[in-house]
Write a protein that binds this ligand. Structure first.
Ligand code: GLU
Length: 265
């Protein structure tokens, strides 16, 4: 089972640019393929947690707003509209493959308040025991400041992996992994297959690959640092074809692998 050999719980993070078309509307074909692969992993006995972006973009597309909103209020409103659209699609597709989904919307203060953190931990663990698939996003409609905002789903996914005591974090992006220089400017840029020491890396791949995603490589490296320090390895992979996860399952190597710093409890 390769990298999944000891993975009983995995967190999969998918970005907006993977889940939506250039129009901002949901990319239903890709979402359905992703859901099929994740359902298959869940069927194989792995417990899957999905961290999904796409709410703002889906909201904008749904009401024909025309552009990504510039004010926080507009963004919050779009997230509220798009989140239910997103969950409706996930619920429908996962149901087709026989699985039950559960929505969890997080704010950063959940991580810093021990009572709320404990409540979130219990909910995740109970849902996984019940073989439900938690689908997590930032609660964009109510998180407005640095106390409540994670600052993107790359960081959120790292916190979720820690709360769930995941064995592996998979970050599905619109790039193939981490490069030694920005592949958009340098045709000779080389993909780095394995990273042992994140501090030695400069964010060679630069910002986000498309203007629909928000993460960029800096946030992905921060996420990798957060999880690997906790003993959880992470991959950055291209989510264009979600079946890429089968390559890992079958023992192959794709993307960039960040090794864990210690064994987690
Ligand atoms: N939570 C945002 C959304 O659902 C995305 C944030 C991110 O991609 O980092 O639209």
């Amino acid at each position: 089972m390769g990298y999944f050999r000891d993975s009983h719980r995995i967190v999969v993070k998918v970005g907006t640019s993977t889940l939506t078309h250039a129009t901002g509307h949901l990319n239903l074909r890709r979402i359905e393929r992703l859901v099929k692969v994740l359902s298959d992993l869940q069927n194989s006995g792995i417990r899957v947690v999905l961290v999904s972006s796409g709410a703002v973009s889906a909201g904008v597309a749904k009401i024909g707003f025309g552009h990504i909103p510039s004010t926080p209020e507009e963004k919050q409103a779009m997230a509220a509209i798009g989140q239910s659209e997103l969950m409706k699609i996930y619920d429908r597709f996962f149901s087709d493959y026989g699985h039950t989904v559960a929505q969890i919307l997080m704010t950063k203060d959940v991580m810093t308040n021990p009572v709320r953190r404990n409540a979130a931990e219990n909910t995740f663990h109970r849902l996984m025991e019940m073989r439900c698939i938690p689908i997590v996003n930032e609660n964009d409609s109510v998180s407005t400041d640095e106390l409540t905002k994670f600052g993107g789903n790359d960081i959120l996914s790292a916190h979720v992996a820690r709360i769930c005591r995941a064995d592996l974090l998979l970050n599905l992006s619109d790039v193939d992994g981490l490069y030694d220089s920005d592949p958009r400017n340098n045709p000779d840029a080389r993909l780095i297959e394995r990273v042992e020491d994140i501090d030695s890396i400069t964010a060679g791949a630069g910002g986000a690959g498309s203007d629909r995603g928000t993460g960029g490589m800096v946030a992905k490296l921060q996420a990798a640092k957060l999880v690997t320090e906790e003993g959880i390895p992470m991959f950055i992979l291209n989510g264009h074809d979600p079946e890429i996860l089968y390559t890992l399952l079958d023992g192959g190597h794709v993307g960039t692998y960040f090794t864990a710093k210690k064994n987690h409890a």
